[in-house]
Design a protein around this ligand. Structure first.
Ligand code: NAI
Ligand SMILES: O=C(O)C1=N[C@H](C(=O)O)C[C@H](O)C1
Length: 259
């Protein structure tokens, strides 16, 4: 069986360099390009890359994906900074990409955007959304290394959105909060009504706590990524699945059998 031809964008970065090693070690993949800032995207087409693993930064990701989609190259994206506007733009460009034909043509290019590739983080999001309706209060605390460019993390934003959606579906009342005066930022960022707090601390990598509170009890769901290796099985799964999943997939959970 022929190997999947994979390229990594952001190949010299913290997660990108780990992804390069993971792709090189995978029996069913061939690393055909490892590109960093300033390298020409045309290399992707020239090397016949079938899948790009995009691990750069929010300022670069849209241009990189535009190139991939125009050239029919599938993409597995870990880079953060996704807004509704950016997702709409990507869907529009996917709609215009080559189609598989048939009565209801679908985009043939697949893009997976995963706010977090680690299984524990994906499960944290799922468990938090399940629990959210049973507690009056819920807040998210994410903790990362101090070199991280964005806050709150993509994972925390997604977690809060899923919690808010679950609470809205269950008809939950707004959270209790009697705060009248507060220093700017003291109550965190408001993501769909869920407070999200970001800690940046030397020594940390990527961690998250979801704090849930009800009458006389609290529940804490905590996840810790202790090494970038925690993201690699998810990236490799994404590469294997995206080639047969046209269009936009948001969240690795769609490629996992979580029940
Ligand atoms: N979804 C997930 O599970 C994870 C996502 N991330 C995200 O991945 C992104 C990268 O994180 P880190 O590796 O920590 O950052 P980093 O700053 O260490 O690495 C980013 C690399 O991309 C390069 N780069 C910038 N623009 C480029 C371009 N146009 N073409 C090619 N390379 C370019 C930079 O020079 C740098 O080497 C961030 O958005 C981060 O939040 C990080 C870890 C896990
Ligand atoms: O920048 C990081 O390191 C990470 N970024 C992602 C995020 O913003 O959620 C995933 C993980 O938290 C590591």
């Amino acid at each position: 069986m022929s190997k999947l031809r994979v390229a990594v964008l952001g190949a010299k970065g913290r997660i990108g360099s780990e992804a390069v090693r993971a792709v090189e070690a995978a029996d069913d993949m061939e690393l055909v390009a490892a590109l960093g800032r300033g390298d020409k995207l045309e290399t992707l087409a020239e090397t016949g890359a079938q899948v790009v693993v995009e691990l750069t930064n929010p300022a670069s990701v849209m241009g990189n994906l535009d190139f991939c989609v125009r050239h029919g190259i599938h993409a597995v994206v870990g880079t953060t900074g996704w807004t509704d506007e950016r997702l709409a733009h990507l869907r529009t460009s996917l709609d215009a990409s080559p189609t598989t034909g048939g009565e209801a043509p679908t985009p043939s290019t697949g893009v997976l955007i995963a706010p977090n590739f680690s299984i524990g983080a994906v499960l944290t999001m799922k468990f938090a959304a399940q629990a959210a309706r049973y507690f009056e209060s819920v807040e998210v605390v994410e903790l990362h290394h101090p070199n991280k460019a964005d806050a709150p993390s993509g994972t925390a934003t997604r977690t809060a959105q899923l919690i808010a959606a679950a609470r809205a579906e269950a008809g939950c009342a707004p959270q209790p909060d009697a705060t009248v005066t507060a220093l700017d930022g003291a109550r965190g960022a408001d993501v769909d009504g869920v407070p999200v707090h970001a800690v940046r601390l030397r020594g940390l990598l990527a961690h998250q706590e979801v704090l849930l509170g009800g009458e006389g009890e609290t529940l804490t769901i905590r996840h810790d990524s202790l090494h970038h290796s925690s993201f690699m099985p998810g990236i490799l799964l994404g590469v294997r699945r995206v080639v047969t999943t046209p269009g936009l997939t948001f969240g690795l959970e769609h490629f996992l059998d979580l029940g």
